[in-house]
Design a protein around this ligand. Structure first.
Ligand SMILES: *Cc1c(COP(=O)(O)O)cnc(C)c1O
Length: 459
């Protein structure tokens, strides 16, 4: 073996040892880090060594000193935000992606990673029931998946009125109307900010956070010109889905592009029991989702799906002379995502899907929902606890008699080492949220979560 081979082996063995230790003890660990950031900064120190350090020792030190500052995010008892853990196949594949170190920009240069992403893309469209002719890209996450859909939208609605955004930019361009539900995710606004588009006109939503069709109709009719509508599959408080069938039909009557933010909720489409709630969603023009949430692949991995490859490829395609002979009309990875150079982050998606199979993906999503519904039912039995949403997917939002009490319970829960459950504001109230997004969460974890809430709620 070469000297380099020896050095890699020693270093990777240290990394593997610590990774296994972390993952194999996660189910028993305290959920919170035992040190805060100041303590961790102090333990690492801030002096850049003058000379070299053995690579294996560097990795050992990171693992050893870093461990007390790790949040048990991949735990089945982590219910914060919308997170998700890591499937073994996805993690293994992610390690390979790093070791292979392919710059996955062009099909002709990195055939294996480009092919695996293409296959993963086909499988995803098939599982989700989205148009087979759509382009699939793997950006960093949901935000950039929204950006990818919306840049395609911007290109198309402006080109429909004779404005070439790539040549002329936005200055002097016809005004683009952007509409979105009042309960859209904040990253829709962030993606629009990248694009020089305005804060959307808010469409009123119902008590589950779904846009109301009458309000949409009124807004669409009150204006004209190039229009983009952002819908939502999966509200972060209620898990609810916008009424796609009617909304998309209305928007299309007005010539609008419809983008769907389905960061975690798009995955409901893999379940025959759940997909009825998303009826008509396949008629939208673009969809954004995360693989690092519901599908449980490691960070960072989003998925963008665009039904109009021309609009997408015209937005992102680059034609550098030095790459041209390796690019193809079939659509290179770089034509479908914001980046030129990037890791092959679709490969862990391929691995997750290959290991679960069609039935396994359905079972994963349905298990999350079953456990979320169980959480909802059990919380209702706690005196003073009100479950605010219909648990139609993976999210449960609840509160207590008044804001002060909910806040006090949140503060106790944040100290609880057994689970991570944190607060939010919804419908003018302090609330608590439980997001069941980890593939390992089971009935025992649900019981621990409910017990933690019961303890925190004791007078
Ligand atoms: C998480 C989330 C996003 C943003 O996704 P990132 O992966 O964090 O960039 C957008 N929309 C919704 C509904 C989300 O839950």
């Amino acid at each position: 073996m070469s000297v380099e081979g020896d050095i890699y082996s020693e270093t990777l063995a240290v990394a593997a040892k610590h990774a296994q230790l972390w993952l194999n003890t996660i189910s028993e660990r305290s959920i919170n880090p035992s040190k805060n950031i100041d303590e961790i900064l102090h333990s690492f120190g801030d002096v850049l060594p003058k000379g070299m350090t053995n690579p294996a020792d560097v990795v050992e030190r990171i693992a050893h000193l870093g461990e007390p500052g790790l949040m048990s995010m991949p735990s089945g008892r982590f219910f914060g935000w919308v997170i998700g853990g890591t499937l073994p196949a996805a993690l293994g594949a992610d390690w390979l992606v790093s070791a292979w170190d392919q710059n996955n920009a062009a099909r002709g240069v990195t055939p294996t990673t480009a092919a695996l992403e293409e296959i993963a893309g086909q499988w995803l469209k098939d599982l989700l029931g989205l148009p087979t002719s759509a382009d699939v890209g793997f950006p960093t996450g949901g935000t950039m998946a929204n950006f990818t859909g919306l840049i395609s939208a911007r290109y198309k609605v402006l080109s429909d009125v004779g404005w070439d955004i790539n040549a002329k930019g936005l200055i002097g361009a016809p005004t683009v109307r952007v509409l979105a539900g009042e309960e859209r995710h904040i990253t829709v606004d962030l993606a629009l900010r990248y694009l020089g588009l305005p804060i959307p006109t808010a469409i009123a939503a119902d008590s589950e956070g779904r846009i109301m069709i009458d309000a949409l109709k009124q807004t669409l009719e009150s204006g004209s010109g190039p229009t983009i509508l952002c819908l939502q599959a999966g509200n972060i408080h209620s898990g609810a889905f916008d009424p796609f069938e009617e909304a998309i039909e209305l928007a299309h009557q007005h010539g609008a592009w419809v983008h769907v933010d389905g960061a975690f909720g798009l995955w409901a489409l893999v379940s025959p029991k759940l997909r009825q709630q998303l009826k008509g969603i396949e008629k939208a023009d673009s969809w954004g989702t995360d693989a690092h949430k519901t599908l449980n692949v490691p960070y960072d991995c989003g998925v963008s799906i665009v039904a109009h490859p021309d609009a997408l490829r015209n937005s992102f395609g680059t034609h550098a002379g030095y790459l041209e002979s390796f690019m193809s009309d079939a659509g290179d990875p770089t034509d479908k995502v914001p980046e030129l150079s990037r890791r092959a982050r679709g490969v862990p998606v391929y691995a997750a899907l290959a290991s679960l199979g069609r039935d396994g993906v359905t079972a994963l999503v349905e298990k999350l929902v079953t456990n979320a519904q169980l959480v909802g039912e059990e919380l209702k039995k706690i005196p003073g606890c009100f479950v605010m949403n219909d648990v139609v997917f993976t999210q449960v939002t609840f509160c207590f008699e008044d804001d002060e009490r909910t806040k006090a319970i949140e503060e106790r829960l944040i100290q609880d080492p057994t689970v991570w459950i944190s607060g939010s504001h919804w419908q003018g109230k302090n609330v608590l949220r439980i997001s069941v997004s980890n593939w390992t969460t089971d009935g025992a974890d649900v019981a621990v979560a409910v017990e933690a809430v019961r303890r925190a709620a004791q007078p």
